[in-house]
Design a binder for this molecule. Structure first.
Ligand SMILES: [Zn+2]
Ligand SMILES: [Zn+2]
Length: 240
């Protein structure tokens, strides 16, 4: 099966690592055989990223660029243990989807229980369909609680290309990813592949992620990137 979607990418609007535009990303996605490109620029609390109005206006942008279907999303910041994120529902309802993450610029690492609670509370948000890079070793995370919450709320967990690439920019915690994937397999939790490409360079690059999935004999039907319809169903079910 082919990977048809990249659901986690950044343009120059994120304010760091790249000056590539959405059009540049779409062109590269086309070259790499990606039919659905999810643009998930950092939400406003990330220093240097786009304003609330930027996200508010995305609904007026082109849905297809270089023949690639563009999905307008956002990578939200989990800000506390109460589920507070940095765009409210009046903006999120006009985006195609939202992901959530812990980032050191917006959330100081705390103990495992509180870090995990910050993510699980945000997963209750009906617009949040995925948790990004739960392997980030900056934060201790209770992966079992996270997987249970993912199952309960119909939220995806990300297998991030950065976490499995030897040259990725984040410190690695592959053991945690393996633990997470085994739990997802056992509980039937959906996984999304995200390149977290800032700019064009890593768009659609899932070589190492696919190797890991194969090594774990991970069921393909639980990976939404092979099946766009499943992704849209998850978005729709969560909003009910
Ligand atoms: Zn991130
Ligand atoms: Zn990201």
């Amino acid at each position: 099966m082919n990977v048809k979607m990249d659901l986690h990418t950044h343009t120059l609007a994120s304010g760091h690592y790249t000056t590539d535009t959405l059009t540049d990303l779409a062109k590269r996605a086309k070259e790499r055989g990606i039919a659905y490109l999810g643009i998930t620029d950092h939400a406003p609390k990330m220093p240097g990223s786009a304003s609330e109005n930027y996200f508010r206006n995305l609904r007026y942008c082109d849905r297809r660029v270089h023949g690639v279907r563009i999905l307008y999303g956002v990578e939200l910041n989990a800000l506390d243990q109460m589920g507070t994120v940095d765009l409210d529902e009046s903006v999120l309802c006009h985006l195609d989807y939202a992901l959530v993450s812990l980032h050191k610029q917006t959330y100081k690492p705390q103990d495992m229980r509180l870090n995990t609670l910050a993510l699980t509370s945000a997963m209750e948000n009906k617009f949040v369909v995925g948790v990004c890079h739960p392997d980030d070793p900056t934060y201790e995370i209770d992966v079992k609680t996270l997987a249970e919450k993912a199952k309960q709320t119909g939220t995806m967990l990300e297998l991030s290309s950065v976490g499995v690439s030897p040259d990725g920019y984040r410190e690695k915690c592959v053991e945690r990813l393996v633990e997470m994937l085994l739990l997802c397999k056992q509980k039937g939790v959906y996984v999304m592949l995200g390149s977290d490409s800032h700019g064009i360079s890593k768009i659609g690059d899932f070589t190492n992620s696919l190797k890991l999935l194969k090594a774990l004999d991970f069921p393909q039907e639980l990976v939404v990137n092979f099946n766009p319809e499943k992704f849209f169903e998850i978005v729709k079910n969560k909003r009910k």
